[in-house]
Design a protein around this ligand. Structure first.
Ligand code: ADP
Ligand code: ASP
Ligand code: MG
Length: 411
């Protein structure tokens, strides 16, 4: 008999009918004899609705109160699912994060799980009950409700699976697995049978929101067998694995990730002296703004230009800080651009292949897409381009790296 943690995302519990369908599915699963812990998200759109309510009161909701508010979304779905299970004579019980005692740190709106008390869960499982746990939420040591950041129910699922040493953590969603790229943008995208933790972590970090980054980190760290599946369609889904099979079949690129979440800032004509990068980025970091890509130009006339990207939500804040710095350093000018996008190719196969980056640049050049910034690591290459070319770029790269589904491969 296996112990499985199953997480159902927002669209999968988006209506009462869907919740009934999920209950039906769990009932069938249970008939196979497995123990099941279920994690659910809020109904789709609900978390956004709650955040919007808070913003009607003020632009910057108090983080603690925002957590009290947004955690209610998941409290609704756990109760409804437990009711739907009991209606089908499946013994079930629902718990909030606090009731389980999913202990987190106190970083409201982006808390990290520190410890999970599995006592109640084990007792219920032993008594033959399906345990339904609210995703996305926990409690800090002072009893404050916390939430784990958008998409955090994935992390609840994986963390529970790790704590319970479950045989598998199954993430049920509205796609039947992890694809070579977002199938909503590239219809020719293909489902991957397997992807390594390392690649999945890059894909998630670089914008593929199919799994929350932290859930992948957690699964890698605690070696939790993780699978992404469609909630209502049969199929094997995608297994996230440790092993990198070095086969001839190994594609160089496993997937393409992208995001529109960043903005670019440039400071021109700063003196090219030691410590200047720190003078520019130190205040940005003190303002609690995270920097992603950084480019410093070769100096000319003893001055240089410096460009970096930040999250779009931090753009105004970063711009103000940079304008102050520019005055202090006597820089020539500051400019910014929010209409950028980042496109990244990801694959462990890159390690053993040279020339992947230039193949990427060639494909973009053919489409006349200008590259504004580049960053590389062992298993990824990212470029910043104008946002309006994002979809074109992703499609072109998908074709260039031979990721298109065979039936629709363009000539
Ligand atoms: P849930 O509400 O179930 O958590 P999400 O919306 O968070 O679902 O994640 C599923 C979505 O992720 C898909 O509908 C898809 O559009 C998007 N997505 C982005 N990149 C990928 C990818 N590489 N493979 C599969 N889905 C992806
Ligand atoms: N409901 C939360 C969100 O929308 C958490 C989740 O769905 O994973 O971000
Ligand atoms: Mg999600």
């Amino acid at each position: 008999m296996a112990l499985i943690v199953q997480k159902f995302g927002g669209t999968s519990v988006g209506t009462v009918e869907r919740i009934e369908q999920v209950a039906e599915k769990i009932k069938k699963f249970r008939e196979g004899g497995d123990d099941i812990v279920v994690v659910v998200s809020a109904m789709s759109g609900e978390t956004n609705r709650l955040i919007d309510l808070a913003k009607q009161i003020g632009d910057q909701p108090v983080p603690r109160e925002l957590d009290v508010l947004v955690s209610t979304g998941e409290q609704v779905t756990i109760a409804l699912l437990a009711m739907a299970l009991m209606k089908r004579n499946v013994p079930a019980v629902s718990y909030t994060g606090n009731q389980v005692r999913i202990l987190t740190d106190s970083a409201h709106n982006k808390a990290r799980i520190l410890q999970i008390d599995d006592h109640k869960l084990r007792t219920d499982l032993k008594a033959g009950r399906v345990v339904v746990v609210a995703g996305f939420q926990g409690v800090d040591e002072n009893g404050n409700i916390t939430t784990l950041g958008r998409g955090g129910s994935d992390t609840t699922g994986v963390a529970l699976a790790a704590a319970l040493k479950a045989d598998e953590c199954q993430i049920y969603t509205d796609v039947d697995g992890v694809y070579t790229t977002d199938p909503r943008v590239v219809p020719q995208a293909q489902r991957l049978e397997k992807i390594t933790f390392e690649e999945m972590l890059e894909m998630a970090s670089l914008g593929s929101k199919v799994l929350q980054i932290r859930s992948v980190e957690f699964a890698g760290k605690y070696n939790v067998p993780l699978r992404v599946l469609h909630s209502f369609k049969e199929g094997p889904g995608t297994l996230i694995t440790i092993d990198e099979e070095e086969s001839m079949e190994q594609p160089i690129i496993s997937g393409i990730a992208f995001n529109r979440d960043e903005a670019k800032l440039t400071i021109r004509g700063v003196p090219d002296i030691p410590g200047v990068a720190f003078k520019i980025l130190g205040p940005i970091s003190s303002a609690n703004v995270e920097v992603d890509m950084i480019v410093q130009n070769v100096a000319h006339d003893n001055t240089t230009d410096f460009t970096f990207t930040v999250h779009r939500n931090d753009y105004q804040n970063a711009l103000q800080v940079l304008e102050n710095t520019a005055r202090e350093l006597g820089a020539r000018e500051v400019s910014g651009d929010t209409k950028i996008a980042k496109v990244s190719i990801v694959g462990v196969g890159m390690r053993s292949h040279a020339g992947v980056a230039s193949q990427m640049f060639e494909a973009l050049a053919k489409e006349n897409i200008n590259i504004q910034m580049i960053s590389t690591s062992e298993i990824k290459v990212s470029v910043v381009i104008e946002e309006k070319y994002l979809e074109l770029a992703v499609r072109a790269l998908h074709t260039a790296f031979e990721l298109d589904a065979p039936a629709t491969k363009s000539e």
